[in-house]
Design a protein around this ligand. Structure first.
Ligand code: GZL
Length: 325
């Protein structure tokens, strides 16, 4: 790349990322370190905060030079960041795609530039699987199945009908699509259950509260038996709405959600949340291993999944001190 292009790339980088050069706490660029461009979804939830902390801690090691970008949950910001990483000639790109579609073009640009891509947390829907080297994250469909299995088990002896409302994650995102798919696959096997309303709360507490208020208004008191929330943050927001409506969360309306963040364990300990399905955000160390292998040209698995459990309010008090996020 000639001097003029290098200068242009540096200016572009500064404009898009606001802080180039040394990156986020890693070693200085050009010292043999692996330069990694990481585009994060945003800072929308407790889960994301823990995930960002894990990635930054793992890639702060001297062997890495991390360039980190927060997309504020906007795909256009992620695409800009990926293009900036390509212009800077980073060694590896890693990112958590905010939604599943719309990545073919920029991933082809990365491939043309010879920059391998590691997907973390969320997946992309592309026709050409060679556009990324590997994926590390959770099985979101299984997380949805686990939530439904817990609900069926917790409803043993109940005749029904059991009216369920669903707070979905970000529209078009892999976790929202797959958690809904898994939940419906299992719940659909039991005729007692009906999902009476579904709407996106965008994985945030504020939107979760707002949508739950609308559900309560539409269904009226006693019209909702269960809330399934695609993440704990929306469930915590919904708990505020349920209490404001004079109802007891965890009792009048049972709640099952996903992530297993500290806030969920505190809500379960208070009896306001019934169960959370763990979705492990602490992917940093495994991501660092994959980046090393991909950079060195060593073979890597196409998909690396993390182990996750199911936690109920009966276990919350004992488990809370052990939680790492
Ligand atoms: C799941 C992750 C989701 C979490 C939400 O791996 O992508 O995004 O469930 C987060 O809390 O916002």
């Amino acid at each position: 790349m000639n001097k003029g292009l290098k200068l242009a790339a540096a200016v572009l980088c500064a404009a898009v990322l606001g802080a180039c050069g040394k990156g986020d706490g890693g070693a200085a660029a050009g010292d043999g370190a692996i330069t990694v461009g990481f585009s994060q979804v945003g800072a929308e939830s407790e889960w994301r905060t823990a995930n960002t902390r894990s990635v930054k801690e793992a890639l702060a090691a001297p062997e890495f030079n991390l360039k980190f970008s927060d997309a504020q949950q906007k795909q256009e910001n992620q695409i800009k960041a990926l293009r900036s990483f390509i212009a800077q000639g980073v060694d590896v790109i890693a990112f958590s795609p905010v939604v599943e579609s719309g990545w073919e073009t920029v991933l082809r640009e990365a491939k043309a530039a010879g920059i391998p891509v590691v997907l973390t947390d969320r997946a992309v829907a592309v026709s050409d699987e060679s556009l990324y080297a590997t994926f590390i994250g959770s099985d979101f469909v299984e997380e949805g199945r686990k939530a439904a299995r817990w609900l069926i088990e917790d409803s043993e002896g109940q005749a029904g009908p059991v009216r369920v409302v669903e707070l979905q994650g970000t529209v078009g995102s892999a976790p929202a699509n797959d958690r809904m798919k898994g939940f419906k696959e299992i719940l659909g096997q039991d005729p007692r259950f009906t999902i009476v309303r579904s709407q996106s709360g965008d994985f945030t507490r504020a939107k979760g509260k707002e949508v739950m208020e609308a559900f309560l208004k539409a269904e009226g008191p006693g019209g909702i038996d269960v809330l399934f929330a695609h993440n704990d943050d929306m469930a915590i927001g919904a708990i505020q709405a349920i209490e404001a409506a004079g109802l007891k969360p965890g009792e009048d309306i049972r709640i099952v959600s996903i992530d297993g963040v500290r806030g969920a364990f505190e809500a379960m300990k208070a009896g306001k949340l019934n169960a959370t399905i763990e979705c492990n955000p602490l992917l940093g160390p495994q991501l660092a291993d994959l980046v090393r292998d991909v950079h060195a040209g060593r073979p890597v698995p196409r998909r690396v999944e993390v182990e996750e459990g199911v936690f109920t309010r009966e276990q919350a008090a004992a488990e809370l001190p052990r939680r790492k996020y």
